[in-house]
Ligand binder design. Structure first.
Ligand SMILES: CC(C)(COP(=O)(O)OP(=O)(O)OC[C@H]1O[C@@H](n2cnc3c(N)ncnc32)[C@H](O)[C@@H]1OP(=O)(O)O)[C@@H](O)C(=O)NCCC(=O)NCCS
Length: 219
């Protein structure tokens, strides 16, 4: 029939792109995260090698770093799934249950290690970023710490690299504005060196700095 618009079907050019896909977020606590730790280690190795100073893309080394989370009954893993693929993960555990440099920094500064909840890294594949999952990672872990009770602060380590470090990725972005909006402040009194790695020899020195926020209820 002339003059009528033919039946059409509109398809977005972006259909099927990760940014359009429905994702599922799981929160696993304590030993329940055992089944996903290998996947998280692989994901961390792949995302964090974009800035190969602390991390060298070695999944077995990443897996070893997750051991304190696996052992702690008060830990949490926030895992983002696209179908069967793990595309994002964030971890947290009581600082007391970790044995890394952050805990030593607290001890050296005379701070109480028993009331701090450690946010032990969050990673998301680049194609899935910008969908508020970074916020979700923080909220789930902070709320988990609140629900456990006894935690007065949340803390995480930021790796600070020299502006002139030639390994800096060209389009890397700082998370600092995001962290401040989440209520965190940089804590100059809690600094510590990153693990020594032969690959870092000859490059400008980096350091790790704690960012903390109070864990009052109702945030
Ligand atoms: C950190 C990370 C998990 C956040 O994921 P995300 O999808 O960007 O998170 P969100 O969508 O919730 O955005 C969080 C904030 O990041 C900022 N942001 C997001 N996309 C951005 C972009 N393209 N450019 C600049 N800032 C951006 C915004 O400030 C946003 O906060 P707002 O919503 O209040 O404006 C992810 O970027 C990542 O895996 N980065 C690499 C690993 C890393 O740096 N991890 C943190 C230390 S372990």
């Amino acid at each position: 029939m002339s003059g009528m618009t033919p039946l059409t079907e509109s398809r977005s050019r972006h259909e099927g792109h990760p940014s359009q896909r429905k994702l599922v977020v799981h929160c696993l606590t304590g030993s329940a995260m055992g089944t996903v730790l290998d996947d998280i280690a692989r994901l961390r190795a792949s995302v964090l090698q974009a800035w190969p100073d602390l991390h060298d893309g070695d999944a077995s080394a990443e897996r070893a770093r997750l051991e304190p989370c696996a052992r702690s009954w008060r830990s949490i893993a926030v895992v983002v799934m696209d179908g069967a693929q793990t595309v994002g993960a964030a971890l947290g555990l009581p600082l007391e249950d970790d044995h890394g440099a952050m805990r030593q920094a607290f001890e050296l500064a005379g701070r109480d290690t028993t009331t701090a909840f450690l946010l032990a890294g969050s990673v998301l594949l680049p194609a899935y970023r910008g969908r508020q999952l970074g916020h979700r990672f923080f909220s789930e872990r902070e709320n988990h710490a609140r629900s456990l009770g006894g935690f007065e602060s949340a803390v995480f380590a930021s790796l600070e690299r020299d502006d002139n470090d030639p390994r800096r990725p060209p389009f890397g972005r700082s998370n600092e504005a995001f962290w401040r909006r989440r209520g965190y402040t940089r804590n100059e009194a809690l600094t510590f060196p990153p693990p020594a790695r032969p690959e870092s020899a000859g490059f400008p020195a980096a350091r790790q700095v704690a960012w903390t926020r109070p864990l009052e209820r109702g945030y």
